[in-house]
Design a protein around this ligand. Sequence first.
Ligand code: COA
Ligand code: MG
Length: 291
Amino acid sequence: METYRPRRSVLYIPASNDKALAKIAQLACDAVIIDLEDAVAPADKIAARAKLAGIFAGHSERRCELVVRINALATEWGADDLLAAAGCEPDGILLPKVDTPRDLLEAGDVLDDNFAPDSVKLWAMIETPKALLNIGAIAELGRDPASRLNCFVAGTNDLVKETGILVTPDRRYLVPWLMQMVLAARAGGIDMLDGVSNDFRDLDAFTQECAEAAAMGFDGKSLIHPAQIEAANRAFAPSAEAVAEALSVKEAFALAENAGKGVIALNGRMVERLHLAQAEKLLAKAAAIGS
Ligand code: COA
Ligand code: MG
């Protein structure tokens, strides 16, 4: 079984915000995305890129994954961003505005040509109508380790902007697309992170959105503010009830009388070996998180 790496809480930090960057070592998030794209104004782009090496030098011991979001390769900054990010050997490089598998393959070729180690993965923003139409083919790259594709991040603000849908508290017009992303990520064997909640002062609404995202099958949520970390860590970890249920399934199949059985009854419910596999996966996840 593949080892589980938690990505429950993934916090964006603008590369231009020194005060926020200084907090990285104290934050309880599973990953940080140092942003060169939308959170950095055009006039600050080059200065922000120049700071990357210093930021990474300050975190030689990585408590959480460190990812860099570069500007799109089609912009004037993208190519140099990619080289600067690769030189820092981050855990991931997040590509915005991915439309097709080719966008990822081209970035992967640049990483290979520059001898970036295999540990440098590619993450992709899913935030354009084209990406949604091509999502199956993009996700399929996840089955080929040479592609480096490892994680999708929903870019809900851009999707809203590009499509003109109405944003409602229950995200009803986004949900069909979000579910399509989850399905594609599972087909490709990669992680899938939900988009950000802009209203970082409303933690009740945020907690509700996290619960829904966990129920929809997301691995975690992208965040914009440290106040959102705790709720995300809780929502995307297995609950105590789910752990207890998984243990009971495991124990039932371990009984001598059930050895070799494909299906058993447990507390009035049918339990199959596929449920055992599911339970073992959940227990491994809980153990990795340490909950
Ligand atoms: N990462 C780390 N620390 C952060 C942070 C972040 N994303 N956002 C805020 N903080 C820190 C602040 O530096 C501040 O620290 P201090 O108490 O030492 O001064 C503290 O948390 C409280 O910040 P607060 O005053 O509540 O927020 P703000 O008004 O300064 O900033 C935002 C609000 C939204 C501008 C800011 O949170 C932000 O830039 N978030 C990320 C945006 C981003 O990257 N967007 C791109 C992807 S959608
Ligand atoms: Mg975006």
